[in-house]
Ligand binder design. Structure first.
Ligand code: FES
Length: 79
C-alpha cells in the first residue's frame, strides 16, 4: 500500500458549522486540508466520509498516519 503524504505534523482543529458530511483527505495531497479536494484521483486513496453535527469540534488528523481516521490519535508525534 502506498504511503500517504504528511500534510502537517499536527491535527487540524475544526469547528463544525452545520449538520452533514465532511470528506477527510486520506492521501495528504489536498490543497483544502483536512478535507478532500479530489487530488487523490488516480491513486489508491479515497476520502473518509464522516457524519458531523453542528457545534462539534473535531481534531482531524493532519499527518495522515492516524490509527483512528479521520481523527488525530497522536501518531504525528512519532513521525
Ligand atoms: S484529496 Fe486526499 S483523499 Fe481526496
Amino acid at each position: 500500500m502506498a504511503e500517504p503524504e504528511i500534510a502537517q505534523k499536527s491535527p487540524y482543529i475544526h469547528k463544525v458549522e452545520e449538520d452533514g458530511n465532511l470528506a477527510w483527505c486520506a492521501c495528504g495531497k489536498s490543497q483544502k486540508q483536512p478535507f478532500c479536494d479530489g487530488s487523490h484521483k488516480g491513486s489508491e486513496f479515497r476520502p473518509i466520509i464522516m457524519d458531523v453535527k453542528a457545534g462539534e469540534t473535531i481534531a482531524f488528523c493532519g499527518c495522515k498516519h492516524t490509527g483512528n481516521a479521520p481523527r488525530c490519535d497522536g501518531t504525528h508525534s512519532k513521525l
